[in-house]
Design a protein around this ligand. Structure first.
Ligand code: 4G4
Length: 247
């Protein structure tokens, strides 16, 4: 997959995209991340990318011209790419959206700054707006990094073959069960016995119960759309009314 990011701060992305799983995915050519600096596309003498808002008010607005020209240049090399603007008005980024975007051959991400982007650039250069959550950032760059990280996990081969994105939190709509590694005893804090038992069906059942318990406790709203079996519903009933369950 090719992702081209249009930004006035290309330097912000270096370490995030070179580390860990994203760095490996790029080395393996599973992911080609390109950074396009918008500033050189400015037609103004001093390569400005922002200007005062018509109608007055505080702050600056990103000019349409540099964005339109940068987008035209990048689009020419990536015909058919989905052009996404990261902004607080957008459709919320979820696991489902990430899975959908991971199926694309290429994406172009536009990062806004200041008070936002001249509406005419958005009208002519962008297919959709996506938001990573209900809060305001100083720029779209961090949102673009979050989107790339989240989407990359669904590109086949990016996670090791034994590690599936579909086994993580949210893919069945539940929160993750607790994880432990060595030592077995950390200053008296021990690992749950069942995980040392070697009984894999018992371990699976314990983990499912822990996922259900964590979801009920921390995000009960998720249970409404979660993928639940009759056995799961029985466990949830026990968890909600502990005094009625055996043992
Ligand atoms: C668009 C309009 C994304 C983009 C205004 C970007 C939050 C998100 C920006 C701005 C962003 C999000 C500078 C306010 C850049 N903030 N929730 N900031 N601002 O995905």
């Amino acid at each position: 997959m090719i992702i081209d990011i249009l930004t006035i701060f290309p330097g912000m992305f270096e370490s995030v995209f070179s580390s860990s799983i994203l760095g490996r995915a790029r080395e393996q050519k599973l992911l080609d991340i390109r950074l396009t600096d918008i500033r050189p596309f400015s037609a103004s003498k001093h390569k400005n990318t922002d200007d005062y808002p018509f109608g007055g008010g505080a702050g600056m607005v990103m000019m349409a011209q540099p964005i339109q020209d940068a987008m035209a240049s990048v689009s020419a090399s990536l015909p058919g790419a989905r052009r996404i603007y990261l902004g607080p008005r957008g459709r919320r980024l979820t696991t489902g959206v990430a899975r959908e975007l991971a199926a694309e051959k290429s994406l172009i991400l536009l990062c806004g700054h200041y008070e936002g982007v001249d509406q005419r650039a958005l009208d002519t250069c962008v297919d959709e707006e996506i938001s990573i959550g209900d809060y305001i950032l100083t720029g779209g760059e961090l949102a673009a990094m979050v989107l790339v990280d989240c989407v990359a996990r669904f590109i086949p081969g990016v996670l090791g073959s034994s590690d599936s994105p579909e086994e993580e939190s949210f893919s069945d709509g539940l929160l993750e069960y607790p994880q432990y590694t060595r030592p077995r005893d950390l200053n008296g804090h021990t690992v749950p016995e069942v995980l040392l038992s070697g009984d894999h069906s018992k371990i699976r059942a314990w983990r499912r119960r822990e996922s259900l318990a964590a979801t009920l406790r921390h995000r009960p709203d998720l249970l409404e759309s979660a993928d639940l079996s009759p056995a799961d519903h029985k466990i949830l009933k026990e968890l909600a009314h502990p005094c009625f369950s055996e043992s």
